[in-house]
Design a protein around this ligand. Sequence first.
Ligand code: AP5
Ligand code: ZN
Length: 217
Amino acid sequence: LRMILIGPPGAGKGTQAPKIKERFSCCHLATGDMLRSQVAKKTPLGREAKKIMDQGGLVSDDIVIGMIKEELENNKECQGGFILDGFPRTVPQAEGLDAMLKERGQTLQHAVELQIDDSLLVARITGRLIHPASGRSYHTTFNPPKEAMKDDVTGEPLIQRSDDNADALKKRLGAYHKQTAPVVGYYQNSGIWKGLDASQQPGEVWKNMLDILEGKK
Ligand code: AP5
Ligand code: ZN
């Protein structure tokens, strides 16, 4: 499977991607997770990226394109295909991805857009809890962990992302509508785009996702 997931902050990309990974045995590459791991390690890139991420802006195209290229080349899990989550989110990134795939003699099979109204996203974002090491996410109300503030799998503490506040969300939504909306147009023109109603319950979203990926929709 070779696909990308497009959608605004809180649409459910990081919730659906691990299910797709499990079903189709491919890798899940989330540029946001990769950047947060650099931030946690306090690398020079991480220090630079943290400022931009906390303000809800976008990190430079060259950096994220380089990160994806490196993973596609070296991550063994990607031999079974890939789900890109949060990439590409600018047209130059989409062009960069096309060039990368062309070099490998591959094409994308699906570009799925998770569609949801901005008004529903504040509650999702402000209630989100994450397990930093794995990127697993929970929600205080919509998807609570079995034990309060602890990861279901490892029992390690859950935290809130530093960009998960109403202020940064406003800016992330602004960046989405301005810089990522044209990416939707890019894939609509390429014929592999499908839209999916992401305001439904996670299980419903998953059912519709499978229908798309198995060619039933
Ligand atoms: P990134 O980590 O990609 O954040 P984002 O795009 O803002 O998306 P989120 O992770 O917030 O949302 P999601 O769709 O994954 O939602 P989730 O499934 O967790 O990027 C962060 C930053 O990094 C960017 O702002 C930028 O600075 C930088 N960056 C990253 N990629 C970049 C790139 N390519 N170029 C440049 N800069 C880049 O769900 C959210 C919550 O809702 C959870 O609590 C979940 O439990 C809950 N939920 C999920 N689905 C449902 C449902 N159906 N019903 C009810 N609740 C639900
Ligand atoms: Zn995410």
